[in-house]
Design a binder for this molecule. Structure first.
Ligand code: NAP
Length: 259
């Protein structure tokens, strides 16, 4: 008999920012492991396409996908997202807070307040709101997992991505707070911190081969990561395999932070 350790059959997973990049890879892999997943981003048509492609691939096997677009920066949008998920699939078993923004590249000394507010709102406050919205059901059922996609940027100082890195460090503290507060209800909360991954978000760092080489040559694996290479840790954390794991920050970076 096949092992059930990483099986997500019967689980409902809500993944924000899952129309492309890392969120899409996580949502797809969760569905392939049996979960019913919500594909969500601001663009309804793109979300629907991702869900349709996934359902066509799975052909009615245990996993599946629905599209529910939402802007994570607005609380009412997130209330609607969680309510509609509940209506269509049932209460959320696994929440993956993945959507994030970085509208500013440059020194903290010139950071406009508008960019700071946007970064803190989308990258931290929306994750807090989403956790608030899914936790009552998880607490009632004494089971659930929450993951927040942080970044290796949250582990070190930065000359150009200061506010973004502050938001990513705060996400890891949010994870620890939520893990401590909700652990007695058997809810596990963890952070995933990718290094450089080939997505649109990081395009400026990998599109030019010289920049990419400079960026990765000192890393143990000496290469950029692919979105699919971040998905495995989410399967581990959402499944029985991760049932004793909480409050941690999993760094998936080809070794860049230890070299
Ligand atoms: P990506 O390919 O650009 O995807 C971002 C996703 O978030 C898209 O689905 C986008 O769709 C959605 N999104 C953006 N703003 C949104 C909003 N306000 N409301 C709802 N959805 C929104 O980026 P990625 O690289 O996969 O990034 C995913 C996560 O990984 C982020 O938390 C990022 O900080 C983190 N990360 C990435 C890297 C890297 O090298 N790529 C490294 C470390 C950490 P719409 O535009 O349709 O809304």
């Amino acid at each position: 008999m096949a092992s059930k350790l990483f099986d997500l059959t019967g689980k409902v997973a809500l993944v924000t920012g899952s129309s492309k990049g890392i969120g899409k890879a996580i949502a797809e892999e969760m569905a392939r492991h049996g979960a019913q997943v919500v594909i969500s981003s601001r663009k309804a048509d793109v979300c629907q396409q991702v869900a349709d492609d996934l359902n066509a691939e799975l052909k009615g096997e245990s996993g599946g996908a629905v599209a529910i677009p939402a802007h994570v920066g607005q609380r009412e949008e997130l209330e609607r997202l969680v309510a509609e998920t509940r209506e269509r699939l049932g209460p959320v078993d696994s929440l993956v807070c993945n959507a994030a923004v970085n509208p500013y590249y440059g020194p903290m000394s010139e950071l406009p307040d508008s960019a700071l507010d946007k970064i803190l709102g989308i990258n931290i406050k929306s994750n807090h709101w989403l956790a608030q919205l899914v936790l009552p059901d998880m607490i009632e059922r004494k089971d659930g997992t929450i993951m927040i996609v942080s970044s290796v940027g949250g582990l070190r100082g930065s000359r150009e991505l200061g506010a973004y890195c502050i938001s990513k460090a705060a996400d890891v503290q949010l994870v620890r707070n939520l893990a401590v507060e909700n652990g007695p209800h058997n809810i596990r909360v963890n952070a995933i911190s990718p290094g450089l991954i080939r997505t649109d978000f990081a395009r400026a760092l990998w599109e030019n081969p010289d920049i990419l080489k400079r960026r990765t040559v000192g890393d143990p694996l000496q290469r950029i990561g692919e979105p699919e290479e971040v998905a495995g840790i989410a399967i581990y954390l959402a499944s029985a395999a991760g049932s004793f794991t909480t409050g941690q920050n999993f760094v998936i970076d080809g070794g860049s932070t230890i070299a």
